[in-house]
Design a protein around this ligand. Sequence first.
Ligand SMILES: C[S@@+](CC[C@H](N)C(=O)[O-])C[C@H]1O[C@@H](n2cnc3c(N)ncnc32)[C@H](O)[C@@H]1O
Length: 411
Amino acid sequence: MNEYLTLSEAAELIGKSKETLRRWDREGKLSAVREPMSNYRVYHKEQVETLFTDFLIQNNAIETVSNYVEPHNEYSVLELFAGAGGLAVGMEKSGLKCVALNEIDKWACQTLRNNRPNWNVLEGDIKSFDFSEYHNKVDVVTGSFPCQAFSYAGKKLGLADARGTLFYEFARAVKEVNPPICIGENVRGLLSHENGKTLQGMISILDEIGYNVVPVQVLKAINFNVPQKRERLILVGIRKDIDLKYEYPKPYKKIYNLKDALKKGDLFDCNVPKSEGSKYPKSKIDVLDLVPQKGYWRDLPLEIQKEFMGGSFHLGGGKTGMARRMGWDEPCLTLMCSPAQKQTERCHPEETRPFTVREYARIQTFPDDWKFEGSIAQQYKQIGNAVPVNLGKEVGYSIVNFLNKYYHCIK
Ligand SMILES: C[S@@+](CC[C@H](N)C(=O)[O-])C[C@H]1O[C@@H](n2cnc3c(N)ncnc32)[C@H](O)[C@@H]1O
């Protein structure tokens, strides 16, 4: 169901009632389709997102808030599943200090070490590390644990039941370190994974180890100075002895687009530097050459549509990610771990090619001097996996804000 949203999910994403969406369906403003496998009425995710962004752009009149807050102390972070450092760089920008970062992938570790020789990179499987040395010495434990199913014995899930999963390792680290606050990060799909049972299990495990979970929110990167329609689910745990409210970062009204990502402007003070990148095969170039900015396979001549789509042509559904060319005046669609995938194409607006490595990094708001290690494919993967740096920075401000209040109270 990844490509599609149910009526409730679409309504939540846009912030309108289900009734409004049904009316729009009747008026042809946002049409539901039949999901090919289940035959349920669903909405094509990319169409819903485009509509949502259009609203934001239309209503983009006043820019008021800033989430910036100055740290009252030097706060420290233990960052797990650190990847190439998207979240870590973002948190660093907000004033938090990474005391250690764990990551299994050797190229991602190389990236972290080369860019920040002073960071303590713990390379290897999280299962082989004991974090007790950080007990009561770290202010926040963060981590983008990969999502895995739990096996249930029919009762409330406890820490021991989750053994063998990476969430177990995240929770074990939190238990060993005992920070005032912990933050898990994941994809929106966690909300519906196993009908919500996986998320519920995570909340009950955090409860068991002494943390109350704040109502979960999905943050939209476009609201946090990121020129990309990416979403991240944030799971915030507050140690039970602390009676303070955690506040999510407030969304900004200004929406940035692809031009802001790749050209000199508000986000970057120069055009994107030249760099390596993958290429399309000639057969794909011939097809994509015919697609205009913001267009996709439906903009091709009928015969070419049929040839390009093959069996999918008759399946129905939007498939708006196929043969998709981005436009300069829209935020980029979510970047994937590889830049040229048939179902989720994101062709450059003017040239018929995938985004280069540095363009990818810009769309994720990495600074131009943050270099990635490994083959081109490894570099794309590290960037595609990352939390956008500017989103990480805003989450970082929310942590700083919470810790300022916490240390003020216990003084
Ligand atoms: C979603 S990515 C993290 C992105 C990162 N937070 C960022 O902002 O760049 C998840 C990471 O978990 C790492 N990982 C997966 N299994 C692991 C394990 N057993 N131990 C440590 N890291 C692991 C992957 O290599 C991957 O880099």
